[in-house]
Design a protein around this ligand. Structure first.
Ligand code: NDP
Length: 281
């Protein structure tokens, strides 16, 4: 549904003379990153956007990558720039993020966009995964007003922006938020009182049914590849939540794969459309 909405917006902008353009930069040959990038490429094409992926070798220097970013900043046909993380060790990710023009930072990682999110300004870009989680909650009719929301994970790309969004004080984001992390004492005591439990720890199936409040809404952000001898490739993808036990307790739960992942990509496309729209003004 959301992809159809994006495709409609793209068609509308195209008739107004602007084809939203997303350029993804992939440095190195990390298999998981390559899969994410091709998913983003496919989705942007199927929505009618113009898109390109710039593939650079793992040996690329930071200066060379910054030069590519500068070129994209100056290119008026590129509305959104995404540099796929993680980057090889010779490149500092924060330096790269700060070089992307905030108006083209469709990942929402630039400090200006992060700051806007925190103070509640809506003219910035919000990190795609937390934005996608809010979209899932809204579209499923989940009430956040006064709800106890517990987030596991405090990363800059998921946990922190998720907390900022949920406590923003708008009708769809009006929860009492607790953020847990690896130093949290008695994690279950927190998870068991959550009306909305959002798990982004990167620990395969760490949240089991007994850690969940009956009737809670559970959002599983985790994407972990674990060994599985029953699969042809010898591995399978799973979330941070043990689905089989959690589904018996939760009122709603997102699957992995298939829940937050596709929504994250949809938000990336939405952000690119917004960036293109703004280029008209
Ligand atoms: P990070 O590794 O950056 O952060 C993980 C967070 O979880 C940290 O804050 C860490 O705490 C906390 N944590 C780790 N172990 C525990 C534990 N045992 N108990 C409590 N907290 C713990 O990961 P990301 O935020 O980048 O990603 C999290 C997961 O989400 C990953 O599986 C990733 O693949 C997935 N992901 C999925 C996306 C999607 O589109 N579906 C997009 C982005 C991420 P501390 O800070 O103390 O170390």
């Amino acid at each position: 549904m959301i992809h159809a909405e994006v495709a409609r917006d793209v068609a509308d902008l195209t008739t107004r003379g602007v084809v939203p353009g997303l350029t993804v930069v992939l440095v190195g040959d990390d298999a998981a990153s390559a899969t994410y990038v091709s998913g983003k490429e496919k989705a942007s094409r199927s929505a009618g956007m113009s898109g390109a992926t710039i593939r650079l070798p793992a040996t690329t220097s930071q200066a060379a990558l910054l030069a590519v970013v500068e070129q994209l900043n100056a290119d008026s046909t590129v509305h959104g720039i995404l540099v796929q993380m993680p980057l090889p060790s010779q490149i500092d990710p924060d330096t790269v993020i700060r070089h992307i023009h905030p108006r083209k930072d469709v990942d929402g990682f630039h400090p200006i966009n992060v700051g806007k999110l925190l103070i509640g300004h809506t003219d910035g870009f919000v990190s795609c995964t937390p934005a996608g989680v809010i979209e899932l909650l809204v579209r499923s009719g989940v009430q956040t007003r006064g709800a106890e929301a517990v987030i596991i994970g405090r990363s800059n790309i998921v946990g922190k922006p998720m907390a900022a969004l949920l406590m923003q004080g708008r009708s769809h984001a009006d929860a009492t938020v607790t953020v847990c992390h690896s130093r949290t004492r008695d994690l279950s005591a927190h998870t068991r009182r959550a009306d909305i439990l959002i798990v982004a720890a990167g620990r395969a199936e760490m949240i089991t049914g007994d850690m969940i409040k009956p009737g809670a809404v559970v959002i599983d952000v985790g994407m972990n590849r674990v060994p599985d001898a029953t699969r042809a490739q010898g591995t399978r993808l799973c979330g941070d939540v043990h689905f089989a036990s959690a589904v018996k307790v939760a009122s709603r739960i997102t699957p992995v794969p298939g829940g937050v992942g596709p929504m994250t990509i949809a938000m990336l496309l939405k952000n690119t459309v917004r960036a293109a729209e703004r280029s008209l003004h």
